[in-house]
Design a protein around this ligand. Structure first.
Ligand code: ADP
Ligand code: MG
Length: 393
């Protein structure tokens, strides 16, 4: 799939409506605690300014106000950090009245309007009326069909920003047109939250290593003893059917060989004592998967391998993330990881900058792994010229 990007567009003198994701983490005082999302938008802001756009009008949501103005969710706290991190003054337009002379304008929280989450065409049209083109740089909000992420794309020529392109390139390299063999590593607590993801991955990857809590249900379904480990008994049939699908699709499914329990004992993953729980993968498992990394060219990772928030149950996850980081550097593999807890685990292991790409998109990343078409990405597809927008690509 190819997408319209701002690199394909004559930007000079255009008024650009830019969807960003400024739903940044804050503390009790609404002070920004992590600037990643702000910093990653800077290249797009710089690119637009360098190509002489007339104006940048930024749209973003923040938190979950209920479709009406609520000072607790105002975006005004963002003005100083945006100015500081981007190096340009940014002003806020509370009533969506945009003045021609201001260069960068942040519109107040899109979710102050009922039309946003309903994807109301009248609201989308109102947003579209502010600019000449729409640029979507909010991959992390692209799984939602809201007026500012999808609806507006029906009324303006729409382009991906640089951050969106980076994310789409990385995900395409990992799953759509990957260098093979591809290994997926999936951990986390439950199968039930990742069913679609597992069913999609077994069709697309050559090897799937399952760990974390969800692997327990697979072990149980195969008749093994998992002791008091977290399991979803009602998911055993589902686990078996995923195993069958994997076999039919030629996907080699790998489960942990050994485990570390809550009592800190190293045990055989198929013979866990009744009084113990699997809390991490064991060293044999890490060794096996690390060796297999020598055979693969691409790794996609979602979900920690154990209860990594608690030492020493972070050991397995940390060791394997380091092995993937090493293979990325020395064997030139492509490594892509994402998911809220996965990103924390990678940070904790100190390898956040050593993967080819880390997606901070959370829900949107997971929906991509599930094989879903994201509405906010669909509007950027080449040839996607609908309704009454004039397509300039
Ligand atoms: P992500 O946010 O990256 O998508 P998940 O939310 O699916 O990841 O999974 C993370 C959670 O899975 C963590 O809170 C971790 O403690 C839990 N987890 C991993 N392994 C186990 C296990 N063996 N038993 C219980 N919980 C586990
Ligand atoms: Mg999570």
């Amino acid at each position: 799939m190819t997408y319209n990007s701002i690199k394909d567009c004559d930007l000079a003198h255009k008024r650009v409506v830019l969807r960003a994701d400024l739903n940044v983490p804050v503390d009790d005082q609404k002070t920004v605690t992590d600037f990643t999302r702000i910093d990653r938008l800077k290249p797009t802001i710089d690119y637009l300014l360098k190509h002489h756009v007339k104006q940048i009008i930024i749209l973003s949501h923040f938190g979950r106000p209920k479709g009406a103005p609520d000072p607790a969710f105002s975006l005004d706290f963002l003005l100083p950090p945006l100015a500081k991190h981007w190096g340009h003054e940014v002003i806020i337009a509370t009533d969506y009245n945009v003045l021609a002379e201001d260069k960068i304008i942040l519109l107040e929280n899109t979710r102050f309007h009922t039309g946003e989450e309903k994807n109301d065409p009248a609201f989308a049209k109102q947003l579209a009326g502010l600019g000449d083109i729409f640029v979507n740089d909010a991959f992390s909000a692209a799984h939602r069909a809201h007026a500012s992420t999808e609806g507006i794309g029906h009324y303006l020529p729409s382009y991906a920003g640089l951050l969106m392109m980076e994310e789409l390139d990385a995900l395409q390299k990992a799953l759509e047109t990957p260098k093979r063999p591809v290994m997926a590593i999936v951990g986390g607590s439950k199968i039930s939250t990742k069913l679609d993801l597992l069913n999609n991955l077994v069709q697309k990857v050559d090897m799937l290593f399952l760990a974390g809590g969800m692997a327990n249900t697979f072990l149980l379904a195969q008749g093994h003893e998992v002791g008091g480990s977290l399991v979803e008994k009602d998911m055993c049939d589902t686990a078996l059917s995923i195993l069958e699908t994997a076999e039919g699709a030629g996907c080699r499914l790998l489960l942990p060989l050994d485990a570390v329990t809550d009592q800190r004992n190293k045990v055989d993953a198929t013979k866990v004592p009744a009084t113990e729980k699997i809390f991490d993968v064991g060293p044999e498992t890490v060794r096996l998967i690390s060796e297999l990394l020598n055979e693969v060219k691409t790794v996609v990772w979602n979900g920690p391998l154990g209860v990594f928030e608690q030492t020493p149950f972070d050991v397995g996850t940390t060791a394997l993330t380091k092995a993937v980081a090493h293979a990325t550097k020395h064997n030139n593999i492509i490594s892509v990881a994402g998911g809220g807890d996965t990103v924390s685990a990678l940070e904790h292991a100190g390898v956040k900058n050593d993967f080819t790409y880390i997606s901070t998109a959370g829900g949107a990343f997971l929906e991509w792994l599930e094989g879903k078409t994201l509405p906010g990405v669909k509007i950027l597809e080449k040839g996607e010229c609908r309704d009454n927008k004039t397509c300039c690509a």
